[in-house]
Design a protein around this ligand. Structure first.
Ligand SMILES: N[C@@H](CCC(=O)N[C@@H](CS)C(=O)NCC(=O)O)C(=O)O
Length: 207
């Protein structure tokens, strides 16, 4: 473990969800933390104590900090995962927010209950939204030689690796067939020794 000055408790549900890229950062940086997974039945009570009534929350020396990407960005900056300069750090933020836009579209499709509207949303995703974003991401990663930003590993790579794993799980493993650079990015992240170790021991959850 790294020589660390703070104590960390990451509070989330028993899933990868919005916390997994933070767990990757902790693994990569060798930071010791408590990975607290709140059972659903405890949530209504605990919700009242959380800064904005949602998870994940990171407790840093007992102080509760909300918002997954604010937490990830903070940790990434401290551990050399936010690019080589302010420009790259901004590029990380641009990709994180853009990936968020795509994930929102996919989430709306997944949570649609009307079967007709669900099919409509799926068709639009596959015809327009997914190729629009993935082609741009693919080109960007190919130009950067396998990195989402610059020439070094960033927290954005971790967010992509997590999102692409979910993407293949939702749409099937052939879904990334036309995106070799994105598949390569995911594989490279998964092969980083500290991440591979985390993948081997993390709790198995649906998402
Ligand atoms: N923008 C927030 C969103 C957090 C969020 O939507 N959390 C969900 C789980 S992924 C949650 O806490 N749901 C339970 C609830 O709202 O009661 C973040 O990224 O941290």
């Amino acid at each position: 473990m790294a020589d660390q000055q703070h104590s960390y408790k990451l509070i989330y549900f028993n899933s990868r969800g919005r916390a997994e890229h933070i767990r990757y950062i902790f693994a990569f940086a060798g930071i010791d933390y408590v990975d607290e997974r709140v059972p659903k039945e405890r949530w209504p009570e605990l919700k009242k104590c959380m800064p904005y009534g949602m998870l994940p929350v990171l407790e840093i020396d007992g102080k509760a900090i909300a918002q997954s990407n604010a937490v990830a960005r903070y940790l990434a900056r401290q551990h050399g995962l936010a690019g080589l300069d302010e420009w790259e750090s901004m590029q990380c933020d641009v990709l994180v927010d853009t990936l968020g836009d795509l994930k929102q579209g996919i989430s709306q499709y997944r949570h649609e209950e009307d079967p007709f509207k669900k099919e409509e949303k799926k068709a639009k995703l596959w015809k327009e939204t997914i190729p629009f974003y993935l082609n741009k991401f693919e080109q960007n990663v190919a130009e950067n030689g396998g990195y989402s930003v610059g020439t070094t590993t960033t927290w954005t790579d971790f967010l992509f690796a997590v999102a692409l794993e979910n993407f293949e799980q939702i749409f099937g493993s052939a879904a990334l067939e036309n995106y070799p650079a994105l598949r390569g990015l995911k594989q490279r992240v998964h092969e980083i020794p500290a991440i591979a170790e985390w993948l081997g021991k993390r709790p198995q959850t649906e998402f």
